[in-house]
Design a protein. Sequence first.
Length: 186
Amino acid sequence: MSLKIIRRSLPNWGWGYGPPGDGPFPAIMLLHGSEGSRSGMIYRTAAILAAHGFLAMAFPYSNGSNAGDIIEVPLDRTAEALSALRAHRLVGNRVGLYGISRGAEHALLLATLMARDSVAGLPDAIAVHTPPDVICGAYNSKMWRDTGDPGWLPWDPAERAWTNGGQADGPSKKVPRSEREKQPRS
């Protein structure tokens, strides 16, 4: 059995894959983890979903000069991309959101803030794989070090990963580990 998938573009937002034909198709926006959009993993997932009838768009949200930087990423931009996907001529009446790792954090936080703020276009379904159990700090991929390095941090708790409406929204800024270590323990 041969699979037929077509590379599809969402102008100004990114690209992904879909089945052949003119739709309408159920759609899903995919959010990568800290490996970044250039690793190709999220596009492979989009191709698999396309083979099952979805129009799957990988949204390259990370910023900075490195593929996986997650530093003050504007969540409202992702909401705009989700709205553009929903308005695409090939998309039916169902749009989902899928995130892996930091993309899972992104998906859950985005949907929570969209619901809280009554933003139109809330995803019809959300699926996440390996989400963190907290809102994590910024991730600068060029600062990544081996876990054996005593200065290793999986993310920078002093900096924000996400913004909403141009401002850092949500829990108060995290205290850097160096400052926490100076505080007396009870």
